[in-house]
Design a protein around this ligand. Structure first.
Ligand code: NI
Length: 136
C-alpha cells in the first residue's frame, strides 16, 4: 500500500466560545481564542490517499486531480471565510476547532475520492498544533 499526500493552504477566521457559558468562563477556558472580534489562522491541509500504483501510470491517482478536487470541495469554500458564520457545510453552533474541522473536511471530501481510498485528513492550525482524522 502506498500513501500519497497533497498539501493545500487556506486562511480563515473563527472564534471558539460556548454560548451557554459566561464571558468569564469562555475567556478562562478558550483564552484569546474566545476574542469576540474573531481571529485568523493560516491553515495547512494535508490530504492523504492510499492505494497501489496503477501499472499503466505509476500513479495511485493523478495528484493534479486530487488537488483540483480538494480546492473545489474544500479550499475554495473555506478560504477567506469566517468559519463560525460563512460556511454552509459547518453546522451552526459546532465549534470550528481543528478537531471538528478534520472530521467535516473528511465527510465533504471522501465521496469525491473514487479511484483510490481517502486515508487521512491532517490540518495544521499553527506550526505547533495539528489534528489528524482517519475516518473513524
Ligand atoms: Ni483559533
Amino acid at each position: 500500500m502506498v500513501y500519497l499526500t497533497r498539501r493545500e493552504t487556506f486562511n480563515a477566521a473563527h472564534r471558539l466560545y460556548n454560548e451557554h457559558w459566561s464571558e468569564e468562563k469562555n475567556k478562562e477556558f478558550f483564552g484569546k481564542c474566545a476574542n469576540k472580534n474573531w481571529h485568523g489562522h493560516n491553515y495547512t491541509l494535508f490530504v492523504t490517499v492510499k492505494g497501489n500504483p496503477h501499472p499503466d501510470t505509476g500513479f495511485i491517482m493523478d495528484v493534479k486531480k486530487l488537488s483540483k478536487i480538494t480546492k473545489e470541495v474544500i479550499v475554495n469554500r473555506l478560504d477567506h471565510t469566517n468559519l463560525n458564520l460563512d460556511v454552509d457545510f459547518i453546522p451552526k453552533g459546532l465549534h470550528p476547532t481543528t478537531e471538528n474541522m478534520v472530521k467535516i473536511i473528511w465527510e465533504q471530501l471522501a465521496p469525491h475520492i473514487t479511484e483510490c481510498e481517502l486515508h487521512c485528513i491532517k490540518l495544521w492550525e499553527t506550526e505547533n498544533i495539528y489534528c489528524e482524522y482517519y475516518g473513524e
